[in-house]
Design a protein around this ligand. Sequence first.
Ligand SMILES: [Zn+2]
Length: 254
Amino acid sequence: MLKQLSEKDIQRYSHQLILKNVGYEGQKKLLASKVFILGMGGLGSPVSMYLTSAGIGTLGIADFDNVELSNLQRQILFDQKNINKSKVEIAKKKLLLINQNLKIKTYKQKITKKNVDKIISNYDVVVDGSDNFKTKYLINDSCVKNKITLVSAALRGFEAQITTIKGWVKSNSYPCYKCMFPPIKNKKNNETYQDCGIVGGIAGIAGSLQSVEVIKDILGVGKNLLGELLIIDLLFNRFKIIKYKKNKKCNTCK
Ligand SMILES: [Zn+2]
């Protein structure tokens, strides 16, 4: 049985409770849910803030980096006093200031082949806020294997791409990240998106969209970006959706 809402919960979440698609029962589901965020950078900042505000009961946040001056241009969770301090520790403190009732578990470590399954199997949904293909493939494979919804996003310049993945479902309409972006042989896959430069606001938009994809998946409402890649180009204010299907050659979806 899900925990009942307290008087304070009813006040705090009142603007969600009146939504037909959330309501009292939906809020109980959010409070009972567990979401893992990989990377506390440009995407992880807004995603974690919105999910904390919305009352996701348990958040796992992973990042092995410390805050640097060059992060502040887009990573809105951090300020100048945080420079050289652990991102996940600072993030935890600040998120608890927004909502002290939640559990926040920090992982100041690299997510690798060795630890990924053990960590993410504790969660209902995973948010990919990483900035390189190597990590994106790793988290994709683990989410498909463990049957956990993955909300992925990538940033470059004025552009963002967002998609939601349930690649374990044996249907053409449920592809995985590798179906859309197959690894290129003999390429190291560790080029980072942020090497290309980025405008801060695009991270905010993409992270906000990721947070809503997570909430919809937990509540089972609306339509997620399954088999759909939303591409946003803020330089020309263009939003478009590309549909993609399972790739027969994908070694993750087999
Ligand atoms: Zn696939």
